[in-house]
Design a protein around this ligand. Structure first.
Ligand code: ZN
Length: 419
């Protein structure tokens, strides 16, 4: 199924393959070019928590806690739930043990998992089981930051069950693994300024660690099947990976990335306008939404929270469509305030300001009432850029393979082996 090996030289392939077996950890990432031949295999750094509260871990196999680039400070055969928090003097507490200030790593022996939970608003989050190491450090505000260092193939296998429906076709699972892998690698090329590459939420990709289910088994099989394969396109500077955006349901036509994402490149795979048959398989509750009523004052406060400069408009009294894309989806919205002044937002930013679960896409009608707006006739779920997951399932059911599905949604894309 590999169409192209890009510009990876035989030697680079051999050394990448070797590195892959050694499960590398490169602790100082640098921003790199997107050329697939420059891809450096290292662990993905997934942000699990930034918190003033406790997190806790439980270990059922031997583990060490060591200072980053330093000696082990704790060695144990196992431990029951043990709380971890940051002290105001900058040191990190592991139960009753003061580890001191600095950065530490919890490293399970062999393939052991770290059982993890975090406290938020007085309640413990659901328990998760993470492969790889957990790094503990403090952010600039003295909050405890927990980052999971996990090899990219394990990461992809853990992401996919959270991103597709369990009974999706195996070719849909395979397409999703390639999109998830490429997305992560792309983020890893742009994260040198951050202590992490991706978050564990839908702001990046949903990552719930190792789970046990039929979907998790299928995700593992699909990940192994597509190991090292990424989505690329022939950029003027060479064969490059790109940000493989995907969303649940585009509602019939995909969206151009440059119309809705900040700083998204206007490149052929993300040009949008791809016709999609998601309606043939997506349930109505996914395909359609609305009406959603929001009072003018609530809407005003939410959009001002996102874009402070809109504060000068006063209460928003009218919404106008400033721009539609060629396929009818809203691209820009004009907001007219009580004092007659107006401002604009991308429709995507407007939607996110009002809540992505509330206004589920940028395809809707606006009805203006005296004290409120009603968003009606909503179609699709998500930003609609790139791969449409329900469209992917529809194509898989019709007999298309993962590569053909991805090529449909990312025009001019190639499948390339990165390692
Ligand atoms: Zn679609």
């Amino acid at each position: 199924m590999i169409r192209r090996i890009g510009h990876v030289t035989a030697m680079a392939l051999a050394s990448l393959a070797f590195v892959g077996c050694q499960k590398p950890v490169i602790t100082q990432p640098t921003d790199t070019a997107l050329n697939v031949s420059d891809v450096v295999l290292r662990d993905v750094r997934v942000l699990l928590a930034t918190t003033r509260n406790d997190v806790r871990i439980k270990m059922s196999s031997p583990f060490t806690i060591r200072r980053v680039n330093g000696p082990a400070v704790v060695r144990m055969d196992q431990c029951d739930w043990t709380n971890i928090h940051a002290e105001s003097d900058g040191s990190i507490m592991f139960g009753d043990t003061n580890l001191g200030p600095g950065k530490f790593e919890i490293v399970p022996a062999d393939t052991g998992l770290t059982t993890f939970a975090r406290r938020s608003k007085g309640k413990w989050s659901p328990t998760r089981h993470y492969p790889g190491a957990l790094r503990l450090s403090l952010d600039g505000k003295g909050r405890l930051q927990v980052v999971n260092f996990v090899d990219i193939e394990s990461y992809v296998a853990c992401v996919v069950p959270g991103e597709v429906f369990p009974d999706f076709h195996i070719e849909a699972f395979r397409a999703q693994t390639i999109a998830a892998r490429t997305y992560a690698l792309f983020q890893m090329c742009h994260s040198a300024a951050r202590p992490y590459d991706v978050t564990a939420t839908e702001a990046s990709q949903v990552y719930q660690g190792v789970t046990r289910s039929g979907a998790a088994d299928r995700a593992r099989d699909a990940t192994a099947f597509t190991r090292g394969i990424v989505a690329t396109w022939s950029a003027p500077d060479g064969e490059q990976i790109f940000c493989t955006y995907y969303s649940s349901c585009c509602g019939g036509r995909s969206q151009r990335a440059a119309n809705s994402m900040v700083d998204a490149p206007d490149i052929p795979p993300l040009a949008g306008g791809v016709k999609c048959d998601d309606a043939s398989v997506a349930p109505t509750r996914i395909l359609r939404w609305g009406p959603v009523k929001i009072s003018k004052s609530e809407l005003t406060s939410k959009v001002v929270q996102r874009s402070r400069s809109l504060n000068k408009l006063g209460r928003i009294e009218r919404l106008e469509i400033a721009e539609r894309n060629p396929w009818g989806r809203l691209s820009r919205i004009r907001l007219v305030g009580r004092n007659g002044q107006s401002g604009e937002m991308t429709a995507e930013a407007f939607r996110l300001a009002l809540g992505s679960r509330n206004i589920r896409s940028t395809q809707f009608r606006i009805e203006t009432r005296r004290e409120s707006f009603v968003f009606a006739g909503g179609r699709g779920f998500g930003h609609g850029v790139g791969l449409c997951q329900w469209g992917m399932e529809s194509m898989a059911q019709k007999g298309h393979r993962a590569g053909a599905i991805l090529k449909h949604y990312y025009p001019e894309m190639h499948l390339t082996r990165a390692y």
